[in-house]
Design a protein around this ligand. Sequence first.
Ligand SMILES: [Mn+2]
Length: 424
Amino acid sequence: MNPVSIAHFSDLHYGTAATLDEADRCFAAAIDRAIAERVDMAVISGDATDHGLDLHAPATARLLAQVRRLAEHCPVLMLQGTFSHEPPGTLAVFRLLGARHPVHVADRIEQVALTYDGQWIASDGWRFERIAPDARVLLSCVPTINKAQVAVAAGATEAAQAAGEHLAALLAGFAPLNRQAREHGAATAMVAHGTLFGSINEHGVPMAGFDHEFSTGAIFAADAQAAMLGHIHRHQQWMRTGDSGKQCIAYAGSIGRFHHGEEGDKGFLLWRVSANHADCTLAPTPARRTVDILFEGKPDLEELRAAIEAHDIAGAHVRVRWTVADEDRQSVDRAAMTRMLADAAHLKLEGRVIPVVRARVPGIAQLGTLADKVRAWAHLTGVDPAYVLESLETMQRETPAGIAERVLRAQACTESPASSCLAA
Ligand SMILES: [Mn+2]
């Protein structure tokens, strides 16, 4: 049997003007490419919207038009994403699009088969009793987890059982149907929205808490060839070759770059899935480029000039961040920076001012030496200047390593005076 080619889009985040252009430009380009690749079907694995959309919002019409365009080309499955982004019920209207091919909305835990004549069939319960003989593709759908729903589907009786265990039981429950589908020669995939333990988010942070729903082990144990995931905005994948052939789990990542500091390429996935094989490649979208320039203190215009030369600023979304003490805030030349970065498509200047919380000594800046400043400060705050001046002198005379060694030795003395102290 020929492998089924599937376009997998995720985390479109259609919303307000701030991100709408990015979302729509990238999704449009992705659909163009998917059509050119003649994919057999398409999956949108959650967070099609960024928040609840009004019917008259520009994002609503643009998203509906794009999904309709996609459904003119091939059958589409849309999965319910995070409730705060995609309030329950958001996806219901997509069922009504009436394009050449049907749009199936998976907003509950269920299995869905795509038949050879391009129709979606959904299971009555959380899984099929048996696989229809004309199933070309079997999809096991796990939308954003409502923990109670998982517990019911998995038949859990222990209320205290962790959600992750319920989910592992649920995924294992899909395995017999996936094996049956494989015997019929059907392609099998899981479509889910959630956090995989050990994945890395778009800011480079590993997801390793205990409330992360999925593990690679539990997903592979569902015995589907492919697992198409949404929620984490960074593309990444895991593979395993075993009794079930080649299995692959992948996040498509978000369709565009919606925030500063997001690492990695943006795009959608082109999957090829058969009864015993799955693989995917990232097809890039024209996501915006972002450049972050960071100053520890006051922005140095020479350094900024060097950074502008080093990065291709033209057309990029640039963010400059700095941190200054309150007394220096007036010396930051925002106008000069704006002029230097005029080629950027969008510029964000973010200065953080550290407020003065300490007592100030009037005229301290005019004193000639650091020692004089320390004395003036000590006088105001009622501290004996002798110890501070001694420490100051030590810092000028000794290396940091030498000071640290002496401090540690003194500590060892207090902790166990008998042994190390006398020797030292
Ligand atoms: Mn998302």
